[in-house]
Design a protein around this ligand. Structure first.
Ligand SMILES: *[C@@H]1O[C@H](CO)[C@@H](O)[C@H](O)[C@H]1NC(C)=O
Ligand SMILES: *[C@@H]1O[C@H](CO)[C@@H](O)[C@H](O)[C@H]1NC(C)=O
Ligand SMILES: *[C@@H]1O[C@H](CO)[C@@H](O)[C@H](O)[C@H]1NC(C)=O
Ligand SMILES: *[C@@H]1O[C@H](CO)[C@@H](O)[C@H](O)[C@H]1NC(C)=O
Length: 497
């Protein structure tokens, strides 16, 4: 603080009318008032002809003192606030994961190379057990994350339903649900060559089906029979309703069918398995029974057909037959293969550019830092300033990181332009200045790699689920103001597309 006061003496300028309002700002002590008058006197003595600005720093927390001092109006005055905030808001006691990596007690070791936070998976011996940060299962000490992970539908494995799993004591849940803490999907750019070129549709039958579990919690077998009844020829390769027998590679076979019956064994939100992704890879239009929110997974509007219930079979059969007759209309359903999928689709698949084990480590590390920050300031009975005022303009300090990374960058917003547009501009400016390459760039197929400047798809508070982040969250200018107000030094995550 002292060095800032010195800046006033070194500066000089004309006392401006705003100095008259010395009592403003609340909680100014008598001593501060005296200091204030002294500084004004010095400032007047050092008149050079520049306007004196008031740099008012509100220190929050118990002390509630407000220091005031004059500062020369210089072009760098805003950066001064930014430098000061960068320094004051820093928490120096955070665990350094480079030296002390996140440790997860689990036999798997995949997926943690090149993770944005250093991370060790492996079976951890009793001797080192106290240093474990996360355990798969429930047998963990207090403060250790208890992880539940499955890729099965919770309709078959109800203990993995989010609320059930939490009530059993799991603290980090990894399922196909995009509401889970660390979603594990069937999809990724690496797993499926989603942009593989469309092949000629040479098969006589309109659709192919590969279904081998003839039970199932839905109406999928009945739907096949009904489609056939409405005149849609279906080649059924699996072990249910089998009518063709050649041993074929599934995706290769699908490439030559106009439609693929991507019928899941249960209809659960976000439960979208290889049946769907293989159809997209093959360029065979998926006819879906499964996730009620399957349109969130579509590569573009009108690129898939959906059977919500058995009652929809007739209409969908009619649509399939129409598309089969009209080559132009059919080709439009595959337009995304030529022109690229929607940003929403890219943002979804990009999530998996970072392995779920790494995302688990980022999740655990984020929670550890969050706790350490709270403890650091609780023990000092203070809080970070997170904002700084020069004259009537306040600069707010926020932190932003790209989804899939751990390190947070500082960005600053000003009270005279507290808008979503300004937030996005600040993010682009910050990340561009660091020549940031989006984390998904290496994973995406060639035609979808980053070409132009960075583009923001979503910005949302760290800790939001991916379901909210991708499909429902949208800051309005008013939300942003409220959020910054309620969350000093707010931490945000950005998805670039
Ligand atoms: C075929 O589809 C195109 C594109 O949707 C449409 O403009 C055209 O009218 C259709 N033709 C027939 C014969 O239905
Ligand atoms: C389908 O449309 C793409 C452009 O969207 C075009 O390049 C391609 O030739 C079309 N294919 C057929 C069979 O019409
Ligand atoms: C912090 O504040 C609490 C209550 O406001 C008080 O009980 C405690 O003694 C204070 N701790 C320190 C270190 O000042
Ligand atoms: C606020 O910031 C945005 C993004 O930088 C900019 O386009 C807009 O002109 C600014 N508005 C004002 C009033 O400064």
């Amino acid at each position: 603080m002292a060095s800032r006061n010195n800046a006033a003496a070194g500066g000089g300028g004309t006392a401006s009318p705003i100095l008259g309002g010395a009592a403003g700002g609340g909680g100014v002590s008598r001593r501060a008032g005296a200091l204030w008058r002294l500084l004004v006197a010095i400032a007047i003595l050092l008149v050079v002809g520049e306007t004196v600005m008031l740099l008012r720093v509100d220190l929050l927390g118990n002390a509630r003192s407000a220091l005031r001092f004059t500062e020369r109006r210089i072009s760098g005055s805003r950066d001064r606030c930014e430098d000061w905030l960068e320094d004051q808001d820093r928490v120096s006691t955070l665990r350094d994961f480079d030296k002390d990596p996140v440790r997860v007690d689990f036999s798997e070791t995949q997926g943690t190379d090149n993770c944005a936070v250093r991370c060790q998976f492996g079976v951890i011996t009793m001797a080192t057990r106290k240093r474990v940060d996360a355990v798969f299962g429930l047998s963990a000490d207090e403060g250790v994350a208890r992880v539940a992970r499955t890729m099965e539908s919770s309709q078959y494995y109800s203990e993995f339903e989010l609320n059930t799993a939490r009530s059993h004591g799991y603290t980090v849940i990894m399922t196909t649900s995009l509401k889970s803490d660390v979603p594990v999907g069937y999809f990724s750019w690496a797993e499926y060559d989603l942009m593989a070129p469309v092949q000629e549709k040479t098969e006589k039958s309109l659709a192919a089906a590969f279904i081998s579990n003839c039970g199932g919690h839905n109406f999928r077998l009945e739907a096949i029979t009904k489609l056939q009844g409405y005149g849609v020829a279906v080649d059924s390769y699996g072990s249910c309703l089998t009518n063709v027998h050649p041993a074929v590679e599934k995706v290769d076979a699908l490439r030559h069918y106009k439609f693929s019956l991507a019928f899941e064994n249960s209809n659960e939100e976000d439960y979208v398995t290889e049946k769907f992704w293989q159809s997209l890879e093959a360029g065979s239009v998926p006819v879906v029974i499964g996730a009620p929110n399957i349109q969130n997974f579509a590569p573009s509007p009108n690129s898939i057909l959906y059977l919500k219930s058995i009652k929809d079979v007739q209409a969908v059969a009619k649509q399939m037959k129409y598309l089969a007759r009209n080559a132009t209309a059919y080709n439009e359903t595959l337009r995304w293969k030529f022109e690229g999928p929607t940003d929403s689709f890219k943002a979804l698949i990009d999530m998996a550019a970072v392995h779920s084990s790494c995302r688990l480590c980022i999740h655990v590390a984020t929670a550890i830092h969050q706790k350490q920050e709270q403890e650091a300031f609780r023990s000092r009975n203070a809080s970070r300033p997170c904002k700084c005022s020069v004259g009537s303009t306040t600069t707010f300090h926020l932190y932003v990181r790209e989804r899939g990374r751990f390190h947070l960058e500082s960005i600053f917003l000003r009270s005279d332009n507290l808008s979503v547009a300004a937030l996005e501009a600040a993010i682009i400016s910050k990340f561009s200045s660091k020549n940031h390459v989006p984390i998904w760039n290496a994973a995406r197929p060639e035609m979808l790699k980053a070409k132009g400047p960075l583009k923001v798809h979503r910005v949302y508070p760290v800790g939001l689920t991916q379901r909210e982040a991708l499909f429902s969250w949208q800051f309005t200018d008013e939300d942003l103001v409220n959020h910054i107000d309620a969350n000093p030094c707010a931490k945000l995550e950005v998805i670039f597309v």
